[in-house]
Design a protein around this ligand. Structure first.
Ligand code: OXT
Ligand code: ADP
Ligand code: MG
Length: 577
C-alpha cells in the first residue's frame, strides 16, 4: 500500500506533460498561423515569448487598436484569420474596435485576449483587470468563445477559425482565462485534442436557376453596369472576374478597395464617370458590394430615381439580399463559384452592350480625366492635394505591386479618385465605417504579409490616431513610407474660434513637423514643401525600403469640410429659417 502510494507521483513525473501555453501555440501552428499582432502584458507575456521562440512571428505594437487593425487587414489580404493578442480588460477593449471593424468589413480576424479569474470576475470581487470580456465582445463580432480547459484548446481554436472564415467572413473573439495557460495535461492526450481545420470556407455553389435568372436579367439590359466591391477583392477570383467583365464588355465601377481588380486605366473602367453610370444604368450587377451608404442605399437621386433599375447581387450572405432595395436576381454563393458559373452560362455568343451606352460612359470618363489632368501638374507652393497627388500617382504607376494605405477626409477622397490602381488588393483604406486610425496597423500588416513596399497616404489628423506605431515600423525595419498631408488640421487648418483663446476644434499646431517624429526612432524624416521635393523623397523611400516619414506641407486652406461626404453633416432646420 505504502509502496503503491510512493509509486504514483513518480509515474506522474515520468509522464510527458504539456500545458495551455504550448497547446495554444501547437494549435495555432497546426492551423498555419504564422503571425500574431499584439501587445504583451499579464497574462500573455510568456505566451508571446514562447510563441516567438516556437517560430511564430509575434509583432509587438504600441497600442492594441493598431495591432487589431493589422490583424483585420491581414485577414483581408490572406483569406486566413488575422490574429490579434491582447491582455485583459483595457487591452481587450483597445482591441475591440478593430474586431468590430473586421466584422463590419467582412474581414476574418480572431481577437485572443487573456482574461482574469472567472470565479472572481463572476462574483465581481474586484480582480486584477476584472471584466466579463466574453459578454462584452459578443454583440460586436460574428462569434465569441471561451476555453476553460486545456483539453478544449484545439476545439476552441477550430471553432474560432471556422466562424471567422465560413460564409460571410468576420471577427471572432476567443477568451483565454489566465489559469488556462498554466493548466497541465498529458502531452499525448493534448496532441490528440488538437484539431486541424479542414476546408473552413467551402465553395458555395449557386443554384443553377439563380444563375440563369441573373443572366436573363443581364441580357435584358440596355445600359448594364458591374460594381466590384471589396468582397470581390477578398474572394481572390481575379482571373474569372476579369474574364467576366471583358467577355461581357460591360462597364465596371470599382468600390474603393475593389480598385485594381481590373486596372483603373482599363477601357471599361467607369470610375471617373461614377455619377453618370449610377444614375443612367438600367441593370446593375453587384459583385461583393453592399447597397449601404457608400452606394446611397441603391436609391434616390444619385441612382437616377424616379427611373427604376434592376439589381443582380452576388453575395455569400443570403440575408444581404433586399436589404435596401429589391434584388431582381439574387445570386447566393461564393464569388469564385458564382462568377465561374456566370462565365460558363455566357457561352460563346454573348451580345455586347449597346455601343451608344459604352461610348457615353467612356466619353464622360475621358472628359473627367482630361479635366483633372492639368490640376495634377501644378507646382503650387504651398502644395495643394492635386499637386501632391499628381506626383504620387506616377510613383504608384511605376510600382504597381506596391501597397497603398490611405486614410483622412480630403486625403482619402482625393487619393481614391486620383491614384490609379493596377492590381487587386493593393488599396487598403478606411472601409465601411470610414474609420480613422487604421493607417499604421494596415501599413505594418501589409508589409509583413506581402513583403511588398507600402506607401501610406495619411491626413495629418488620421495619422495621429496610430502615429506612435512609426516606432514599430522602425523597430521591425519595414519598407513603409508614410506621407502626411499636413494641412494643419481636420479637413482644413483655417478654422478660427472667436469665443476664447482656445484653438478652433478642427485645427492643430501650425507648421507641425511630423518628420521629426520618425527621426527619434532612427527612420528617415523629410519635410517636403513642393511636389518636386515630395517626389524625390518618396521615390528614395520606395527604392531603399527604409522606414520613412514625409511631412508634405499643404496649404492649410486646401480641403473641404468632410471631403466628399460633407452632405452627411446634420443641418439644423432652425438655421435654414
Ligand atoms: O462622376 P462624378 O462627376 O460624380 O465625379 C466623381 C468621379 O467620377 C470622379 N473621378 C475622377 N475624375 C477624374 N479622374 C479620375 N481618375 C477620377 N476618379 C473618379 O471624381 C468624383 C468623385 O469620385 P468618387 O470619390 O469615386 O465618388 P464620390 O461621389 O465621392 O463617392 C461617394 C463615396 C461615398 C463612395 C465616396 O465619397 C467614399 O468612398 N467616401 C468615403 C468617405 C469616408 O469614409 N471618409 C472618412 C470619414 S470622414 C470623417 O468622419 C472624419 N473624421 C471623424 C472620425 C472618424 N472618421 N473616425 C474616427 C475613429 N474618429 C473620428 C476625422 C477625425 S475624417 C477625419 C480626419 C480628417 O482630417 P485629416 O487631416 O485626416 O484629412 P484632411 O481632410 O486631408 O485634412
Ligand atoms: P464595398 O464596401 O467595397 O462596397 P462591402 O464590404 O459593402 O464592399 O461588401 C462586401 C460583400 O462581399 C459583403 O456583403 C460580403 O458578404 C461579401 N463577400 C465577402 N467575401 C465573399 C465571398 N468570398 N463570396 C461572396 N461574397 C463575399
Ligand atoms: Mg488634415
Amino acid at each position: 500500500m505504502a509502496e503503491a502510494a510512493m509509486k504514483a507521483p513518480m509515474a506522474e513525473a515520468e509522464r510527458e506533460l504539456t500545458d495551455g501555453f504550448h497547446l495554444i501555440i501547437d494549435a495555432l501552428k497546426l492551423n498555419g498561423v504564422k503571425t500574431i499582432y499584439g501587445v504583451p502584458g499579464i497574462p500573455i507575456t510568456d505566451f508571446g515569448r514562447m510563441a516567438q521562440a516556437s517560430g511564430i512571428r509575434v509583432l509587438s505594437f504600441r497600442h492594441e487598436q493598431n495591432a487589431g487593425y493589422a490583424a483585420s487587414i491581414a485577414g483581408f489580404l490572406t483569406k486566413q484569420p488575422g490574429i490579434c493578442l491582447t491582455v485583459s480588460a483595457p487591452g481587450f477593449l483597445n482591441g475591440l474596435t478593430a474586431l468590430a471593424h473586421a466584422t463590419t468589413n467582412c474581414f476574418p480576424m480572431i481577437l485572443m485576449s487573456g482574461s482574469s479569474e472567472r470565479e472572481i470576475v463572476d462574483l465581481q470581487q474586484g480582480d486584477y483587470e476584472e471584466m466579463d470580456q466574453l459578454a462584452i465582445a459578443k454583440p460586436l463580432c460574428k462569434a465569441a468563445f471561451r476555453v476553460l480547459h486545456a483539453a478544449d484548446i484545439g476545439t476552441g481554436l477550430a471553432r474560432a477559425i471556422r466562424a471567422a472564415l465560413s460564409g460571410r467572413p468576420g471577427g471572432v473573439y476567443l477568451d483565454l482565462p489566465a489559469k488556462l495557460f498554466g493548466q497541465v495535461m498529458d502531452a499525448e492526450a493534448g496532441k490528440k485534442s488538437l484539431v486541424k481545420v479542414i476546408d473552413p470556407a467551402p465553395a458555395q455553389i449557386p443554384a443553377p436557376d439563380a444563375v440563369k435568372r441573373a443572366l436573363d436579367v443581364l441580357k435584358s439590359a440596355k445600359k448594364p453596369l458591374i460594381i466590384l466591391g471589396k468582397g470581390a477583392a477578398y474572394a481572390q477570383a481575379d482571373a474569372d472576374i476579369k474574364a467576366l467583365v471583358e467577355k461581357t464588355g460591360i462597364p465596371f465601377l470599382p468600390m474603393s478597395m475593389g480598385k485594381g481588380l481590373l486596372p483603373d486605366t482599363h477601357p471599361q473602367c467607369a470610375g471617373a464617370a461614377r455619377s453618370t453610370v449610377l444614375a443612367q444604368s438600367d441593370v446593375v450587377m453587384l459583385i461583393g458590394a453592399r447597397l449601404n451608404w457608400l452606394l446611397s442605399h441603391g436609391k434616390g437621386k444619385s441612382w437616377g430615381e424616379p427611373h427604376s433599375k434592376k439589381f443582380i447581387q452576388i453575395d455569400i450572405e443570403p440575408k444581404e439580399m433586399d436589404s435596401n432595395v429589391e434584388i431582381a436576381a439574387p445570386l447566393v454563393g461564393d464569388i469564385g463559384s458564382c462568377v465561374s458559373a456566370l462565365l460558363h452560362g455566357l457561352g460563346g455568343h454573348w451580345t455586347a452592350p449597346p455601343a451608344d451606352w459604352v461610348k457615353a460612359v467612356a466619353s464622360k470618363r475621358d472628359e473627367n480625366v482630361a479635366k483633372m489632368a492639368p490640376r495634377l501638374m501644378n507646382n503650387n507652393n504651398p502644395m495643394d492635394y492635386h499637386g501632391a497627388l499628381g506626383v504620387l500617382r506616377t510613383i504608384v504607376k511605376e510600382r504597381p505591386d506596391a501597397i497603398l494605405v490611405n486614410e483622412g477626409a480630403n486625403a482619402l477622397d482625393l487619393t481614391r479618385g486620383i491614384i490609379d490602381m493596377y492590381q487587386p488588393r493593393k488599396r487598403l483604406d478606411v472601409g465601411t465605417w470610414g474609420v480613422m486610425g487604421v493607417g499604421m496597423g494596415y501599413a505594418i500588416a501589409a508589409a509583413i504579409e506581402t513583403g511588398k513596399p507600402v506607401l501610406a497616404i495619411e491626413g495629418d489628423s488620421a495619422f495621429g490616431f496610430s502615429g506612435m506605431e512609426i516606432e514599430t515600423i522602425c523597430r521591425y525595419n519595414l519598407p513603409v513610407c508614410v506621407v502626411i498631408f499636413n494641412n494643419d488640421g481636420i479637413y482644413r487648418g483655417t478654422d478660427v474660434n472667436t469665443s476664447n483663446a482656445d484653438p478652433a476644434t478642427t485645427v492643430f499646431v501650425k507648421g507641425a513637423r511630423y518628420d521629426k517624429m520618425i527621426e527619434a526612432f532612427g527612420g528617415v524624416g523629410v519635410n517636403a514643401t513642393t511636389p518636386d521635393e515630395l517626389k524625390r523623397a518618396v521615390n528614395a523611400a520606395m527604392d531603399s525600403g527604409k522606414p520613412t516619414l514625409v511631412n508634405a506641407v499643404l496649404d492649410p486652406a486646401a480641403g473641404s469640410e468632410s471631403g466628399r461626404i460633407g452632405n452627411l453633416n446634420p443641418q439644423s432646420a432652425l438655421k435654414k429659417k
